[in-house]
Design a protein around this ligand. Structure first.
Ligand SMILES: [Zn+2]
Length: 248
């Protein structure tokens, strides 16, 4: 497909983002403010049209014959977005090329739960909408790179050039709020903490090894099959965070 030879300066990028926000507020049933709490897959399609028109000079409209499926995802935990297509994209007829672009709901929902600076692609995100748009821009660049190069990697230079030229993003990672960080704040628990909980009617004490949706708690037990460097035996438990209290 035709290359994209577009490069904007930061002021132009910011102006274009503002235009997109204004038009999104008008076109979306859900997104009416910067810190919206409702969003549907449909909004991602609206966003796509707006980006194509306002940033990409209708590059997709004029060149792309395939299909993109946009989805909000509750599954993504570390990545804030994800773009997939078939590995043999180079051999697929343009009209049969298909992408699946996922945007993480968790990262949007967690955005305001922690009060600190947040970044996507080296740009500060000050609202839920900023987060959505910056992540969307990253995934859009994956789609573009797949279409032009038949492969895409955000750790490599062509991607970094593309996303910088189009959207001014200087990094390919984010510093958004993970579920883990929210748990640590709301329960005051972090890995390494000593905790206690009830198990089969007894109080068991141990330490938190890891926190995902539940905490992994290691409890000293002669019969345990986990052995540390000093030869102490442990049993491993998966415990919901609300069942844990701090021990001393
Ligand atoms: Zn990426």
């Amino acid at each position: 497909m035709a290359m994209i030879n577009i490069k904007y300066d930061i002021d132009t990028i910011n102006n274009k983002r503002s235009t997109i926000k204004k038009l999104l507020f008008e076109g979306s049933k859900n997104i009416k403010t910067e810190n919206f709490s409702q969003i549907a897959d449909k909004d991602l399609y609206i966003l796509f049209e707006l980006y194509d028109e306002i940033f990409l000079k209708s590059w997709f409209k004029d060149n792309f014959k395939g299909k993109i499926i946009f989805k909000l995802s509750k599954q993504l935990s570390r990545a804030a977005g994800n773009t997939r297509t078939k590995k043999n994209i180079a051999d697929i007829r343009p009209e049969n090329v298909e992408f699946e672009v996922k945007i993480s709901l968790n990262h949007l929902a967690n955005f305001n739960k922690i009060d600190r600076l947040k970044y996507v692609g080296g740009i500060e995100a000050v609202s839920v909408l900023d987060t959505l748009m910056l992540v969307f821009e990253h995934e859009l660049c994956h789609v573009i790179e797949f279409l032009i190069c038949f492969k895409s990697s955000c750790s490599k230079k062509p991607f970094k050039d593309l996303i910088f030229n189009l959207f001014g993003q200087t990094e390919t990672t984010h510093k958004l709020v993970s579920a883990n960080e929210v748990n640590i704040q709301s329960y005051g628990l972090k890995p390494g903490d000593r905790v206690k909980f009830q198990f089969n009617g007894k109080i068991v004490t141990g330490f938190i090894q890891r926190i995902n949706k539940r905490a992994t708690v290691m409890c000293q037990d002669k019969q345990g099959s986990y052995v540390d460097k000093s030869g102490r035996h442990y049993k491993k438990f998966y415990v919901s965070l609300e069942s844990l209290t701090k021990a001393d």
